[in-house]
Design a protein around this ligand. Structure first.
Ligand code: SF4
Length: 927
């Protein structure tokens, strides 16, 4: 593979040719105008500053053996040599003079700000002893791993399965679980993979061109599509940079998007633009007729009539009234969507799906357009994510665990798509359980989640959380409440494999510790990655292997064997062996590609950093199924079984794979929702949001706050110690429309108080036409804080005091802004900005959607001029009220068990899926 082939027509791009990566010569820019030569070893790795997993190329100085810079890896099939600003800023994270280099143990009370350096042996022995004791005493549900930014495809599932615990927790319910549930109910796959590059029409319900999910790889392909003539529409109350590049901007009232999408569906049906043949062949309309119209003739024509009746209220006029978008625009865009038949690409991830009550119905309504235009899995259409994502297999798989942790999947949310992670403190406070060992990994719930003070409460309480180890490359607002702070490697300091659904192909990429690799190529040997990392920074893989051996030193618990080498029976697995086995045995086509270059598969991945497994993956649902002997004939629903299990579905006389749903079809009608108490939502529909105009108190002057938008230059918590990025972005003012500002007597720069249900924050106003009237917005990336010196990055965090009062109220006040400081990096003395932004999430109560379990981020707020006592950055919270709001939303849930006494439908997947018998709910006491 040559660079030229991967970047056609890219004469203006200059990547070092791959054959010169071992010894690359450049002039030292700092010596200019003198021509001083510098030699580098170029080692590929993967960016870790968002989920997209773009390729990076580390320039390791052959003289100092330090990384000089990171640039793009032209051999990476998704990012193709390009990165956003956050990729190259990895160098800041590695060289941050304040980074945590050694394991630390808390001294004194939690959150007290005092730490002592300890050895890794002490850390591993104490944690292993505690976990072993919990396992021996049958307290497996008291061990929990809570991940913010994953990676490590399937790796942690394997560790936790080997431990036999239901202990995987994630950040997904504050991120994407509503959108995921919407997609999963349609097709069994919980994410879309739009083929933007080949689309004729692209509809984005978020800001993918500038900052959204899979930002850089998607942005490239959206532009590819536009250059080939595709039109782009963006639905967003905010005129984002993405919307500014669109052919159509639809500034919907927050939460009204599904109404607009269903009106578009009606236009497409009315005007004969739908592919009715596809609808007939590929949806479970027969099931709908059997359940909803059992006495009507089960014909497609009757279904169509019933469908039209069901959606008749969703006229363009209705959608205009709900959304504020002119009906003519809705009709015009609908015609373009319909006209793109077979090549309609779309995406919703966070944005409206994560902001609103019923956000999962937005994803279902969007997918209805994809189905009506027969664009599922087509070139230019929208595929299920799993077709475009690689997942590794291992030399042996630990069995599914036999636990069900009610702290993760409680009975109130039987359909929650991921763990109810953001309610963990509320559950602990209610006495639903306790944790003996709690790991957080690149996870900062105190700052990232709603109701962060509830997190501070439980993390400070040793009776609720026995021991907390924060595995993190950098300080965070959560790490300061931990018992152990354990430094883990940044992007170029650890191994990991990642694959993402960025395009209509499947690829795998390899994150690796670049200095270790460069030194190994010079002949040095290392047993562990930390030996080549700065200080004593470990990598997660080696941590889990070592910890697992210490939990089960004699192998009696059956854990150790899962961490033994596949090549040296009985001996401890090394990180090289782990990846070597996967690359040699579980990546289709890789061994052959490596052979062509006279490399081992491991060396191929180490030198290229990524591998394209297959390109142009389309229409896998139509793949014929080879029928085993004994396979039965299709039943009335077209399902074909072998040995009691469904293996395919008959469509047009052929048995094909279909989709992983109960009907093997696209489920326009969800029998699951019907049977689990949500019959009124069984078809794609429109749920009026908790911030619908009718839910706002006009007398109080309530508006809607959008608190979730990303900036292209920052990422949640991890970019806090990237100096380049914080120099670019360090404020998050409140966007407010000119008309609203006029009404409230505000001007840009004025200090405003934004009052939520449980408190308020004080920020500056930014008056703009780039937001819909009645809506305000504030990016969630800013407002980092620290309580004590040494516990937060001074590039980004302001120092605060936290004044907790006996009545349950709390005032956080900024006492020191960003200012220059003395460090090993001379740039720290040149900091010119003073603002670090305002933290808003502390003032948000939890809003768990009763179906998906997703936190519904949008807030009802009152905006007013700040009062005399208010200071910039003030955050005030009533923690009693926050628990009341939790209970109000808890009351909206419809608890299980469901049909057959199940805790959760068997077909709906969940992370770290337990053994099937665990899906059966235990009988109530005496039952
Ligand atoms: S989009 Fe930017 S932050 Fe995300 S992986 Fe790519 S380079 Fe890194």
């Amino acid at each position: 593979m040559t660079i030229e082939r991967l970047t056609p027509g890219s004469s203006l791009q200059a990547y070092p040719p791959a054959e010169k990566w071992d010894d690359w010569l450049e002039y030292d820019v700092k010596q200019w105008p003198r021509r001083v030569e510098k030699r580098y070893s170029l080692v590929p790795t993967i960016c870790f500053n968002c989920e997209a997993a773009c390729g990076l190329l580390a320039f390791v100085d052959q003289e100092t053996l330090r990384v000089r810079k990171f640039e793009g890896n032209p051999l990476h099939p998704a990012s193709r040599g390009r990165n956003c600003a956050k990729g190259p800023a990895t160098i800041n994270q590695i060289n941050d003079p304040e980074r945590i280099l050694y394991p630390l143990r808390r001294v004194g009370k939690r959150g007290g700000g005092e730490w002592a350096r300890v050895t890794w042996d002490q850390v591993l022995d104490e944690i292993a002893g505690r976990i072993r004791k919990a396992f021996l005493e049958g307290r497996r549900n008291e061990v929990m791993y809570h991940v913010g930014r994953p990676g490590h495809e399937r790796s942690m599932d394997r560790v936790l399965r080997a431990w036999g615990i239901d202990g995987h927790n994630s950040h997904t319910n504050v991120c994407s679980s509503s959108a995921r549930l919407g997609y999963a109910l349609w097709s069994g796959y919980d994410r879309p993979s739009p083929d933007h590059a080949n689309a004729r029409f692209i509809l984005l319900l978020s800001s993918h061109l500038e900052a959204g999910h899979y930002f850089n790889p998607h942005a490239q392909r959206i532009i590819d599509g536009k250059l080939r003539g595709a039109k782009l529409a963006v639905m967003d109350p905010r005129l984002s940079n993405t919307a500014s590049m669109a052919d159509y901007w639809l500034p919907t009232h927050p939460g009204s998007e599904a109404a607009v999408l269903l009106a578009m569906a009606n236009v497409i049906l009315d005007e004969g633009l739908a592919d009715l043949g596809y609808l007939e062949r590929w949806t479970n309309w027969r099931e709908f007729m059997a359940h909803r119209h059992p006495h009507a003739a089960p014909t497609f024509a009757a279904f169509l009539a019933a469908l039209r009746e069901h959606y008749k209220e969703f006229t363009p006029a209705f959608a205009e009234a709900e959304s504020g978008v002119p009906r003519q625009t809705i009709v015009e865009v609908a015609r373009l969507v319909g006209g793109a038949r077979g090549a309609f690409a779309s995406h919703v991830w966070r944005g409206t799906a994560s902001g609103n009550l019923g956000g999962w119905q937005v994803a279902r309504a969007l997918q209805l357009l994809t189905v009506l235009t027969a664009s599922v899995g087509t070139p230019g259409g929208t595929s299920p994510h799993a077709w475009n994502k690689y997942k590794p297999a291992f030399w042996e798989e630990p069995p599914a665990h036999e636990e069900w942790n009610e702290l993760l999947f409680p009975r109130e949310w039987p359909l929650s798509h991921y763990e109810m992670s953001f309610l963990l403190p509320h559950f602990l406070k209610e006495g639903r359980g306790r944790l003996d060992m709690y790991f957080t990994r690149v996870y900062n719930p105190v700052w990232t989640n709603p109701d962060g003070l509830a997190w501070i409460d439980v993390l400070s309480d040793e009776s609720l959380v026995g021991l907390h180890a924060a595995l993190t490359p950098t300080w965070s607002e959560t790490a300061i409440y931990a018992d152990f702070v354990l430094p883990m490697g940044h992007a170029g300091e650890r191994h990991d494999i990642q694959s993402q659904e960025t395009q209509s192909g499947r690829w795998v990429s390899f994150r690796q510790p670049v200095v270790r690799v460069a030194r190994e190529r010079r002949g040095e040997t290392f047993q562990h990655t930390y030996e080549a990392n700065p200080g004593q920074v470990w990598e997660e893989d080696e941590f889990w292997i070592e910890l697992s051996w210490r939990i089960d030193p004699d192998g009696q618990l059956g854990i150790r064997r899962h961490f033994e080498s596949p090549f040296r029976p009985g001996e401890k697995l090394t990180v090289h062996e782990y990846y070597r086995w996967i690359f040699e045995n579980a990546v289709p086509g890789l061994p052959e590609a490596a052979r062509r270059e006279s490399l081992t598969p491991f060396d191929f991945m180490s030198r290229h950093g990524a591998f394209l497994i297959e390109d142009g993956v389309y229409e896998l649902h139509k793949k014929p199924v080879a029928l085993p002997e004994g396979a039965g004939p299709a039943d009335d629903a077209g399902l074909v079984r072998a040995e009691g299990r469904v293996i395919g579905v008959e469509v047009d006389g052929a048995v094909v794979a279909g989709f992983p749903t109960p009907s093997r079809k696209l489920e326009i009608f969800s029998r699951t929702l019907e049977e689990w108490g949500w019959g009124e939502e069984a078809l794609p529909g429109y749920v009026r949001s908790h911030v619908h105009p009718k839910a706002l108190d006009a007398e109080r002057g309530e508006m809607v706050l959008l608190p979730t938008f990303r900036l292209p230059t920052l990422i949640h918590t991890r970019s806090g110690n990237a100096k380049y990025l914080n120099e670019i972005s360090h404020r998050n003012p409140l966007w407010i429309h000119t008309g609203d500002a006029l009404r409230l007597g505000l001007a840009t720069g004025d200090l405003v108080r934004v009052t939520t249900e449980i408190g308020y924050f004080v920020n500056h106003a930014w008056v703009t036409e780039a937001i819909a009237p009645g809506v305000v917005a504030c990016s969630h990336h800013l407002g980092r804080w620290r309580l004590h010196e040494g516990e937060g990055s001074r590039w980004s965090s302001v120092r605060v005091t936290l004044d907790r009062r006996p009545d349950g109220t709390v005032l956080m006040r900024q006492v020191e802004g960003i200012s220059p400081f003395v460090s090993a990096d001379p740039d720290s003395r040149r900091i010119w900005w003073t603002d670090g932004g305002v933290h808003q999430n502390l003032t948000f109560p939890v809003h768990p959607d009763p179906v998906s379990g997703m936190h519904c981020w949008h807030q009802k707020v009152v905006v007013s001029l700040a009062r005399a006592e208010d200071l910039y950055g003030d955050v005030w919270v009533d923690t009693n009220r926050s628990m009341e709001v939790y209970r109000e939303w808890l009351a909206k849930a419809r608890p299980g068990p469901g049909p057959g006494g199940l805790r959760r439908p068997l077909w709906l997947d969940r992370p770290l899926r337990p053994a099937e018998k665990m899906f059966s709910a235990p009988l109530p006491p005496g039952g």
